[in-house]
Design a protein around this ligand. Structure first.
Ligand SMILES: Nc1ncnc2c1ncn2[C@@H]1O[C@H](COP(=O)(O)OP(=O)(O)OP(=O)(O)O)[C@@H](O)[C@H]1O
Length: 340
């Protein structure tokens, strides 16, 4: 753990992001998250809609000012960076969005869009700029003619390639990929995922990979963090989290992963019970009202992430019983199971 902290590319310490909702109080979108992302690592971030995944990504990118807690980049506190530092960090930390369309200026050609990072950072001009943009497009597999086109002339896959190329322009070290394939046809999802994997190998990138698609997350991630109502409830190596799932919420979420080949049709995950509100949460385990393992104590006592096995952290005091109850279940061994 200490070693991870020291060597992490990016690290958060008790990160909180609360939104003030007038007349109602505070919405705890991210509530006390401490995590590390190592160099050249992909950390998958999963959880139901609204659990706070994008808010984690946006806060790491400092698109939001943290309510509390700290963010460190290579050991340096970047929670409140100066303007100069912010610009420096923009080169090293980038974001790939679900649909880059909204962030691609419709009146500009792809060449002009891909030139921007070089111009803003005064990294190239004239012929050199042209060559750099050509090389960037080639790197992500965009044909040269695309550079003369406008965003609306491209299909979703090509637009996402432009989004990725733009993120890569300044040779970043860390990229938040926020649902980068969920708006794409299944047929092009694999192309984009493979591109991200290739770029990671080539450029030694680290990714925070946010997705509700567990098959994709399983395919791309080195480790997976499971989020529930603003908190991380379990984090472990990808194989471990699927084969030795210890939090009752992760069990509910991950046991529903269809055992299909990546890239094919997906199945939706349905959890029963009401999702409690992230507004002014009550003390006690947040999953307790929906939990199949909950006892009286869980309802009153906060659960904190604890390392229960090497590199495997769980926020549930009943993790041993969860393991016993789910031992030998088909989904843990990768066998297809029926879901309601
Ligand atoms: N700017 C904001 N102001 C108020 N509430 C917000 C704001 N942004 C997000 N939220 C709320 O914070 C919570 C977490 O939202 P967030 O988008 O991070 O979840 P998510 O897990 O990424 O969901 P999804 O998978 O649907 O994108 C939600 O309850 C959301 O409504």
């Amino acid at each position: 753990m200490e070693n991870n902290k020291k060597n992490a590319l990016l690290r958060t310490e008790n990160l909180k992001e609360y939104f003030k909702i007038s007349g109602k109080g505070y919405l705890h979108a991210v509530d006390n998250i401490s995590l590390e992302i190592m160099p050249n690592e992909t950390l998958g971030l999963v959880g139901e809609s609204g659990c706070g995944k994008s808010t984690v990504g946006n806060t790491l990118m400092r698109l939001l000012k943290p309510t509390n807690g700290k963010i460190f980049y290579k050991g340096e506190d970047i929670t409140n960076p100066s303007k100069k530092k912010k610009l420096e960090l923009t080169k090293k930390m980038q974001m790939v969005f679900q649909d880059p369309y909204s962030s691609l200026n419709p009146r500009k050609t792809i060449r002009s869009i891909l030139s921007e990072p070089f111009l803003i950072n005064k990294a190239a001009s004239g012929i050199e700029l042209e060559e750099k943009v050509n090389a960037l497009a080639k790197r992500v597999g965009l044909e040269e003619y695309v550079l003369g086109q406008f965003p609306h002339e491209l299909d979703g896959g090509k637009r996402q390639m432009v989004g990725i190329a733009r993120a890569l322009a300044m040779n970043p070290e860390f990229i938040v990929c926020d649902e980068p394939v969920s708006a794409l046809d299944v047929s092009v999802q694999a192309t984009i995922i493979n591109l991200l994997i290739d770029m990671q190998k080539e450029m030694k990138l680290s990714y925070l990979f946010i997705s509700h698609d567990l098959s994709v997350v399983r395919h791309i991630s080195d480790r997976v963090a499971v989020m529930y109502l603003g908190q991380i409830v379990e984090i472990a190596k990808t194989d471990t989290i699927f084969s030795n799932t210890l939090h009752p919420y992760s069990v509910a979420l991950l046991s529903a992963v269809p055992k299909i080949q990546f890239g094919q049709e997906e199945e939706r995950i349905v959890l029963t019970g009401d999702v409690p509100s992230p507004m002014n949460p009550k003390p006690g385990c947040r999953f307790a009202p929906r939990c199949w393992m909950a006892c009286e104590e869980c309802k009153n006592k906060d659960q904190h992430l604890a390392e229960v096995e090497d590199g495997h952290y769980v926020a549930c005091m009943r993790w041993r019983e969860v393991r016993e109850k789910t031992a030998g279940q088909a989904w843990k061994k990768g066998i297809e199971v029926e879901h309601e």
